[in-house]
Design a protein around this ligand. Structure first.
Ligand code: ZN
Length: 314
């Protein structure tokens, strides 16, 4: 069993708990009961969980050592908005690629040269314009949230990260808007097959920019700092995007060569794409943690407790 601590490290140094009481609203870590008024060394009257554990779980001394952000809520919203744009874009590319896999299966050509079916006319052109518009709108909202404050300094990350985000949003929205043109029925079929490649550079640039902001602002969320499995690392996503590119280029080559390469390329490309899409949804979860921490910043341990009794000097 874990030992119950008699003192905790707060933002203002170590605080001895014996003889002190909780004087602010503090949720029990286990059952959520309000521990206001409880003894700091006591137990939750509802579930018996020792109060020091709830105290330790609610404070975050590291946050108080960081320089304050002038507009934490806006920055949190910007982070969530960027993650939404990433999740939307990656999911759209994945679904589109699945549609292309189905389209390719309609082609004939077990022989050396593979022939593509004609470009179907039912493709939802408008949908892509809406997705492109949504990415510009959500991305614009995010960039607005990261804008420099009155003091003239950028509140989060570096200027470079925010600039990369802007470039990524514009590139991917443009690429998405081009997809209906290549699937219009007048374009060459191979251009249609190549279309999932178009938004990938924009997606990769957005991810690099997002990483800079996420790692900088993420220091303010203890959930984000401590998370291991549920925290999405961005470099593996960039590697997966590279893998998708390689797989799709070999898919295009396979249109000349034949079936065997086509199946492998398609399988590798789709697997890497689903990895990217799931990773982007995890990034949204991570961004939400950070938003929650920025919206309700943790209290200082000293403010949660009554004054310390004078300790006998030893
Ligand atoms: Zn409890």
């Amino acid at each position: 069993m874990t030992r119950i601590p008699t003192m905790l490290m707060g933002a203002d140094g170590f605080e001895h708990l014996p003889g002190r009481r909780v004087v602010r609203s503090l949720d029990c870590l286990q059952c959520g009961y309000d521990l206001n008024g409880a003894e700091a060394m006591g137990r939750c009257s509802e579930c018996g969980m020792p109060v020091p554990f709830s105290l330790a779980g609610s404070i975050d001394p590291i946050v108080h050592k960081l320089s304050p952000i002038p507009n934490p809520q806006a920055v949190g919203r910007g982070l969530v908005a960027t993650a939404c744009a990433l999740a939307l874009l990656s999911t759209a590319i994945f679904i589109w690629s699945c549609g292309l896999a189905w389209y390719l299966s309609g082609g004939s050509g077990s022989a050396a040269r593979f022939s593509l079916p004609p470009v179907p006319l039912w493709l939802p052109a408008r949908l892509w314009w809406y997705i492109g518009l949504a990415i510009v709108a959500i991305g614009g909202l995010a960039l607005w949230s990261f804008k420099p404050q009155a003091g003239g300094r950028v509140p989060v990350g570096t200027v470079r990260s925010v600039l990369l985000l802007a470039i990524g949003v514009l590139l991917s929205a443009l690429a998405v808007a081009v997809i209906p043109v290549v699937s219009s029925g007048f374009a060459k079929p191979w251009l249609l097959v190549a279309s999932p490649l178009f938004p990938l550079p924009g997606l990769a640039i957005m991810l690099v920019g997002f990483r800079g902001v996420l790692l900088d602002v993420g220091k303010r969320s203890s959930t984000f700092r401590r998370a291991k499995v549920r925290r999405q690392r961005i470099p593996p996503l960039l590697i997966a995007i590279g893998l998708v590119t390689v797989a799709w280029v070999s898919l295009l080559l396979s249109l000349q060569v034949g079936e065997s390469l086509r199946a492998i390329s398609l399988a590798v490309g789709l697997l890497a794409l689903i990895f990217v899409a799931i990773g982007c949804w995890y990034l949204l979860l991570n961004a939400w943690w950070i938003y929650a921490a920025l919206r309700v910043p943790p209290e200082r341990l000293r403010d949660l407790l009554t004054e310390a009794e004078l300790l006998p000097s030893d």
